[in-house]
Design a protein around this ligand. Structure first.
Ligand code: ADP
Ligand code: ZN
Length: 798
């Protein structure tokens, strides 16, 4: 471990300017100090640094507050994580003092301290990095109320004439502001545009933007407070719900850690169980956190909670920093009983947490794809464990991780096997596209069978949902003469033609280029635009069904705040007959008049090089099928596929989750994939392919050595929430306890101009896996042109 080296970094570093001119020597003998503080910074460091607390700051210092302290040659902000009167054991004569304490009150309480500490250990990143990510910027920037400086564009009539020229950075600022479509705080705008506030101020000087101040805290916090709307009725539970509720109620009455997995088919009344549980907790004077995927944060969902559960705070991604900060403080001061939000709501600073609910617990969006790379479900389970409270995870298609936990009894399985009011699950018809007659005209995404069913549905005044999980117009642009395929300049990825934007776009990095009619490689004019995306599907639908309103819903059409809500409202009111889109339309929507759900191509995503591709395909099909037949009108599902015999598709068509889970777990076990083994993915990337390769080889040797030296699993194994962790025994003799796969090129080798190599480390024992990684990470010091990422329990395998 590199503990000592890191401590020396803090202690022995060169004098910093802040203290250099003080009359008093900047470091005194330890005996002069009586108080010491451990501080963590927003850096990938595995250990807190110890500082002396000057007498003047002794009253102000405290765990969970931010301080400024010298780090290297600068003074940096960090979180105080420990205060002690015992001097550190090492030679502390050069111990540096804390420079200042930034907060009057602790921003993070003991529970969150412990939770974030666990996250740092488990996800192998800096504790300071976790705290930095967990505490919203609006809280960090100012712990009290404040005047905010806001920026808005100057009206057209008042723009200077002639228009001044702008720098590329300033252009970026203008675009960010335009996208937001409302005034933004100066600092927030600069952060969004990845520039300094000077760039924004430059635009103010040029007369293109206007600055004004506003007291944001109380206004922002309250403006979006979702006051108890008219209360929706407390329904009479059906027999299945009553049976489930009895068990949940017992868990709540006990009030101790108890994880429940609620497996209920779509429309089985899971939400009613959540609501009753929350009501009961709130009645006891406690608080609840409800995690839902961001795309499920629809007005409809929000309304169901606000109608029943006291003061509800809804945390979504369109909040300003100030609003986020406002919520944080309102939750921390006990003004909110229920927090509903996406991933980061798991960190809500509740004071008397009594329950956590996670709806759609299988959703991949609970995994954060930047440091700290945490999974909100797993963090939630750990939080419930630390705070000793019940947690309910619900889904129609539980993740295999949770399913295995339930089948081992680690989680209590609750089951809602049928829909409310004995409505049948919608019948699903598979259309074998290999035998489907060719459609008329130039379009052929919708085959004759699906088309005639759509006509019948529209004639009967039903509504239709069409799923195609690929956006853009054409997804494959190639030259039949020379074989050239249009590719991103920065990534090893094919470009997608977007007709509305008139551009070829990379879906990973956003790089764009104008469409071309001639092959850039051989100059032939035979370029083919093929492959189907939602944009093209929309034009096909509009051509085939004139006189009906068709709306597309994907991240291209839904980028503006509020657009989601507008479309769903119009669909509910019947002003839209056909809603088509990507997975965005597959989840959670409850529209009684939807009598037909069509899947245009079920095979998209089935053959990706990712061990979860079957699970994802099954989930998507099962979820979208669940949008049909949610009222007495009934409904059905038609799935177009080229592989109707694929078990993933046949089982989804039969709504056979349990069978699918059993089959897929069999595969996972055979191939030793999660959830049977724990996986960590390490990515090495550099703009220099050779350097990345070389460093990957070095890491490989270091991993091999660490694995060879493995003894027994670490005594201080980081507790974890997955099944694999319960197998903390040395693995069978015929296998290495930790498997190393790689280095190999990532499936997408070049991404955003970085060449990428990856490793997969796997083990049944999460303790041993962490031992190996910690040993290697402590000594792995990449050259400056190389970065590496460690992803524990990875979800992105590309
Ligand atoms: P899920 O979350 O499992 O998809 P919901 O909780 O959204 O299911 O329930 C589906 C529909 O059934 C909702 O409109 C809900 O109001 C209604 N519902 C739920 N429980 C009952 C009940 N016991 N009696 C009547 N209607 C119910
Ligand atoms: Zn790209």
């Amino acid at each position: 471990m590199s503990t000592l080296i890191i401590d020396e970094f803090a202690i022995m570093s060169e004098p910093d300017s802040l203290f250099a001119n003080e009359a008093e020597p900047r470091a005194r003998h330890t005996t002069a100090y009586t108080l010491f503080a451990d501080v963590v910074f927003d850096r990938p460091l595995d250990h807190p640094f110890t500082y002396a607390v000057p007498d003047a700051l002794a009253a102000a210092i405290g765990v969970g507050k931010r301080v400024e302290a010298p780090l290297g040659s600068r003074v940096s902000p960090g979180f105080c994580v420990r205060v002690s009167t015992t001097p550190p054991s090492f030679d502390a004569r050069k111990l540096k003092p804390i420079a200042s304490v930034l907060d009057d009150d602790a921003l993070v309480d003991d529970h969150l301290m412990t939770l974030t500490r666990w996250m740092a250990d488990f996800y192998l990143c800096g504790w300071g990095q976790v705290l930095h990510a967990v505490v919203p910027a609006g809280v960090r920037e100012n712990a009290g109320t404040r005047q905010a400086v806001l920026v808005e564009p100057v009206e057209k009539e008042q723009l200077p004439d002639p228009l001044p020229t702008v720098t590329p950075q300033q252009k970026q600022v203008l675009e960010c502001l335009k996208k937001a479509a409302r005034p933004l705080e100066l600092g927030q705008l600069a952060r969004l545009a990845r520039c300094g506030t000077g760039v924004v101020n430059g635009l103010v000087k040029k007369g293109l933007l206007r600055k004004f101040t506003e007291r944001v805290e109380s206004a922002a916090g309250q403006a979006r407070e979702e006051a108890s709307a008219e209360s929706s009725p407390d329904l009479v539970l059906n027999a299945d719900q009553a049976r489930v509720w009895e068990q949940v109620q017992a868990g709540l009455a006990e009030g101790t850690y108890h994880p429940f997995l609620l497996h209920g088919v779509t429309g089985s009344g899971k939400t009613e169980i959540y609501l009753k549980a929350i009501e009961s907790v709130v009645k006891q004077g406690q608080e609840a956190i409800v995690l839902v995927p961001e795309i499920s944060l629809t007005p409809q969902t929000i309304h169901r909670f606000t109608g029943r559960c006291g003061n509800v705070a809804v945390l979504h991604s369109h909040l300003t920093d100030a609003e986020r900060g406002g919520y944080w403080r309102r939750v921390a001061t006990g003004h909110v009983q229920v927090v509903v939000g996406a991933r980061s709501a798991v960190f809500a600073p509740t004071r008397k947490l009594g329950l956590i609910v996670i709806d759609e617990e299988h959703e991949n969006s609970f995994k954060q794809e930047s440091t700290p790379r945490y999974h909100a479900r797993d963090v939630a389970v750990m939080r419930a464990r630390l705070e000793n409270i019940p947690i309910i995870m619900g889904s129609a298609t539980p993740s295999l991780e949770s399913w295995l936990n339930a089948s081992k009894g680690t989680y209590t399985l609750l089951n809602l096997p049928s829909r409310i009011a004995d409505r049948p699950m919608p019948p699903v018809h598979l259309i074998d596209m290999r035998h489907e007659p060719k459609a008329r005209g130039k379009h052929f995404a919708i085959g004759p069978t699906l088309e005639s069913e759509m006509r019948r549905t529209l004639k009967n005044k039903g509504q239709i949902i069409l799923l195609l999980n690929r956006r853009g117009f054409n997804t494959h642009i190639h030259c039949p003469a020379c074989g050239h395929v249009a590719q991103c300049a920065n990534c090893d990825l094919a470009l997608t033609f977007h007709r509305v934007r008139s551009a070829l776009v990379c879906h990973y990095c956003g790089w764009e280029t104008p469409p071309f009619a001639q092959c850039p490689a051989c100059n032939q004019a035979a370029i083919r635009y093929q492959g189907l995306g939602t944009e093209k599907l929309q034009s096909e639908v509009e051509e085939k069904f004139p006189g009906h309103v068709c709306q597309r819903m994907d991240s291209d059409t839904m980028s503006k705040p509020g657009s989601h809500r507008r479309v769903l409202d119009a669909f509910r009111e019947g002003n839209i007959q056909i809603l088509l889109g990507t997975q965005m339309i597959a989840k959670g929507l409850d529209f009684p008049n939807v009598t037909l759900v069509g899947v245009v191509n079920a095979d998209v995503g089935l053959h990706l090089p990712d061990f979860r591709s079957a699970e994802r395909t099954f989930q998507l099909l099962a979820q979208v099928a669940g949008r049909a037949g949610r009222s007495a009108r009934g409904g059905h599902v038609m799935i177009q596929t080229f592989t109707p015999e694929h078990p993933c598709i046949t089982l989804a068509a039969n709504h056979a989750y349990t069978q699918f889970a059993t089959m897929e777990l069999g595969h996972r076990k055979e191939h030793r994939y999660p959830p049977f083994e724990r996986m960590v993915r390490v990515i090495v990337r550099s703009e220099s392919e050779a350097d990345a390769n070389q460093f990957a080889e070095q890491l490989s040797s270091a991993f091999k050595e660490a694995i060879a030296q493995l003894g027994n699993p670490s005594k201080q194994a980081v507790p974890s929430t997955h099944v694999a962790a319960s197998l903390e025994h040395p693995a069978h003799n015929d296998r290495a306890p930790v498997r190393l796969l790689g280095p190999a090129e990532c499936p997408v080798f070049r991404l955003k101009n970085f060449y990428r190599f990856h490793f997969q480390l796997q083990s049944e024992s999460s303790g041993m896996l962490h031992d190996v990684l910690r040993t290697v990470l402590a000594v792995a010091k990449p050259p400056s042109n190389i970065e590496f990422q460690v992803d524990v329990d990875p979800y992105n395998m590309m």
